[in-house]
Design a protein around this ligand. Structure first.
Ligand SMILES: NC(=O)C1=CN([C@@H]2O[C@H](COP(=O)(O)OP(=O)(O)OC[C@H]3O[C@@H](n4cnc5c(N)ncnc54)[C@H](OP(=O)(O)O)[C@@H]3O)[C@@H](O)[C@H]2O)C=CC1
Ligand SMILES: C[C@H]1O[C@H](OP(=O)(O)OP(=O)(O)OC[C@H]2O[C@@H](n3cnc4c(=O)[nH]c(N)nc43)[C@H](O)[C@@H]2O)[C@@H](O)[C@@H](O)C1=O
Length: 317
């Protein structure tokens, strides 16, 4: 990938796409191509094909998707399956049609079986049933992985798939119901502090364990792999450490300086009990994360506060 290469970032306004764009700009890449969903709905095959014919991107970061936490996934099941199937199919097919040099598909840790052994190795894919709450999303992500594999097998496309763990950071989605756990708790503890609310409710039992990676670390890994990895197999991207939702809530409480109590609403789903990524493959390729969780949460909270200041109560989604 040269500094003048034509690089398309699908989903550049999102947390991941935005982090990848910042990383590429910092490194001096000059020809970054972007479209908002208003300019180009990636579910529309005809418009995606015209866009690829017009711009002929050489490198594609496929970071656009319908994304959300456990409640959103479990509520908008048709949208999570349809939108993500269409986005992946349209972009991967058009990238082949226009002979893109390389494409990176972003999957997710939720593609692995609900009760697979931990930590999750890349070859555990499709070895058992999926977690029900985000099965639609996971199926769409697995289809994207299989599309990349099939276009490599039949047409020789250099399309790679990476599997990030749970992400958080700059430009995250803080929607009260549809967001992931970490941004949800940052917002909830912050608002509880502002309003002197005595108790903060956390969903589920607090027992599930999750791994978190800061978005700029992920962007660093994505550019690293785009430059250094051309293999057919998946590559997990994570920190290799996890903690319980209860422990996470305690850290957010401390970072936000909330002094009230925490309670657990067990009427809400826990989802997968654990999904710790085995990151030995990406470590052996020469990449490791650098932002630890506590520092990352402080950085994310700072970004949240900036967002609050600039557009009171604006919803990311
Ligand atoms: N957040 C996380 O914890 C994790 C995310 N991932 C993966 O990383 C990728 C990005 O996630 P993240 O950045 O968090 O998500 P965001 O929701 O922050 O961003 C998603 C982006 O996708 C774009 N998009 C969605 N639907 C369409 C559409 N129909 N047409 C065009 N663009 C569309 C949106 O564009 P616009 O803003 O213009 O509407 C949005 O900017 C996804 O593939 C996700 O599966 C993987 C693991 C964990
Ligand atoms: C990245 C991955 O992320 C998603 O899977 P998930 O990790 O289960 O998602 P989550 O972050 O929403 O929940 C993590 C845990 O946290 C608990 N929890 C507590 N309190 C809140 C809370 O307030 N909000 C949310 N969302 N969860 C909460 C919640 O009950 C669960 O036990 C997939 O949908 C899919 O998007 C995917 O690929």
């Amino acid at each position: 990938m040269e500094l003048k290469s034509r690089i398309y970032i699908a989903g550049h306004r999102g947390m991941v796409g935005g982090a990848i764009k910042r990383k590429l700009e910092t490194m001096g890449y000059q020809h970054i191509i972007t479209r908002t969903s208003g300019e180009l709905d990636l579910r529309d095959q005809q418009n995606v094909q015209s866009f690829f014919a017009e711009e002929r991107p050489e490198y594609v970061f496929l970071a656009a998707a319908k994304v959300g936490g456990i409640h959103a996934n479990n509520t908008y099941r048709a949208e999570f399956l349809y939108d993500n199937l269409m986005i992946a199919s349209n972009i991967i097919h058009a990238a082949w049609q226009q002979q893109a040099k390389k494409l990176m598909f972003l999957g997710s840790s939720c593609i692995y079986p609900k009760l697979a052994p931990q930590p999750l190795r890349e070859d555990y894919l499709l070895t058992g049933p999926l977690e029900a709450t985000n099965e639609p999303y996971a199926i769409a992500k697995i289809a994207g992985i299989k599309l990349c594999e099939a276009y490599r097998d039949q047409y020789g496309c250099n399309f790679i798939s990476v599997m990030p763990t749970n992400l958080y950071g700059i430009g995250d989605n803080y929607h009260p119901e549809n967001s992931h756990v970490l941004p949800a708790l940052i917002r909830r503890f912050h608002e509880a502090k502002q309003n002197n609310t005595p108790v903060v409710t956390v969903w589920g039992t607090g027992k599930p364990k999750r791994e978190f990676l800061y978005s700029d670390d992920l962007a660093d890994a994505c550019v690293f792999l785009m430059l250094n990895y051309d293999g057919r197999e998946l590559v997990n991207i994570g920190s290799g450490e996890d903690l319980s939702i209860r422990e996470l809530a305690e850290i957010v409480k401390e970072v936000v300086c909330y002094e009230g109590d925490i309670e657990f609403d067990t009427s809400k789903p826990d989802g997968t009990p654990r999904k710790l990524m085995d990151v030995s493959k990406i470590h052996s390729l020469g990449w490791k994360h650098s932002v630890d969780l506590k520092r990352g949460i402080a950085l994310a909270y700072g970004d949240f506060l900036k967002g609050q200041y600039h557009s009171m109560n604006a919803m990311h989604h």
